[in-house]
Write a protein that binds this ligand. Structure first.
Ligand code: PEP
Length: 246
């Protein structure tokens, strides 16, 4: 799975232009699930442009309540109505700038699952936490609390070390594999053998230059990509990584 997280980038017309070019460029790809997560304002336009293509629509965030006086928020039902199949939950930028806790993340996951959305659940340690040797503790807490009372169906996990996001400093394949293997073991504690079919994506400064070595890791099942997904030719190179290995 290769998922594009556009964050707060692209107007509606820029988003439409990207998708028109990109969908044509990747229409032959059948062995990777391709996801685009535009800002809320472009969901409808991108969804329409993606109809009949091999690319799926994701939102970048959601609120856990069904409806009501929550100014500025969007519910899971609204995302479904806008054509989303996926939603990114718990991104480190939401945790850092919007003070999302594991409990909020857990509520968002449960509410979204109830409405049939697939979840891209993001976790990852900060640089300070890594340097203090707390990486595994943090990942364990985020997995255990974020996924409390949920099930493994419709779940994708994204390991995104915060120090690697948007910094150009990618985790080495060994660091990524070590974290993914640990996450897989934690998922097994929650979901038993079903954990083996949960895709674990790596995110954090993935580029066409480093994707092959990351994807060669046994527990890396895809990528969640910010910066390198904003240009059609660069995201195309990422989704074609496996053909470029051959
Ligand atoms: C992200 O924000 O999910 C991300 C991985 O960003 P970047 O690829 O720019 O590091």
């Amino acid at each position: 799975m290769l998922a594009a997280n556009w964050k707060m980038n692209k107007t509606v017309s820029e988003a439409r232009e990207f998708v028109n070019t990109f969908a044509l460029a990747v229409k032959d790809i059948t062995d990777a699930e391709i996801i685009i997560a535009p800002p809320f304002t472009s969901l409808m336009a991108v969804g329409e442009a993606l109809r009949g293509t091999n690319i799926r629509l994701s939102a970048q965030n959601v609120f856990y309540e069904e409806k009501g006086a929550y100014t500025g928020e969007i519910s899971p039902a609204m995302l479904k109505d806008a054509g989303c199949e996926y939603v990114i939950i718990g991104h480190s930028e939401r945790r850092q700038y919007f003070l999302e806790t594991d409990d909020i993340v857990n509520r968002k996951i449960k509410a979204s699952l109830k409405h049939g959305l697939n979840i891209i659940f993001c976790i990852g340690e900060t640089l300070e936490e890594r340097e203090k040797g707390r990486t595994f503790d943090i990942l364990k807490t985020q997995v255990t609390n974020g996924l409390k009372d949920t099930d493994s169906e419709n779940l994708v996990v994204a390991y995104e070390p915060v120090w690697a996001i948007g910094t150009g400093r990618t985790a080495t394949p060994a660091q990524a594999q070590e974290a993914h293997k640990f996450i897989r073991e934690e998922l097994r504690k929650l979901f038993g053998a079903n954990a083996d079919s949960i895709r674990i994506l790596y995110g954090g400064s993935v580029t066409p230059e480093n994707i092959n070595s990351l994807m060669a890791c046994p527990d890396v099942d895809g990528g969640l990509v910010g910066g390198a997904s904003l240009k059609s030719d660069s995201f195309e190179k990422l989704v074609r990584f496996n053909r470029r290995i051959k």
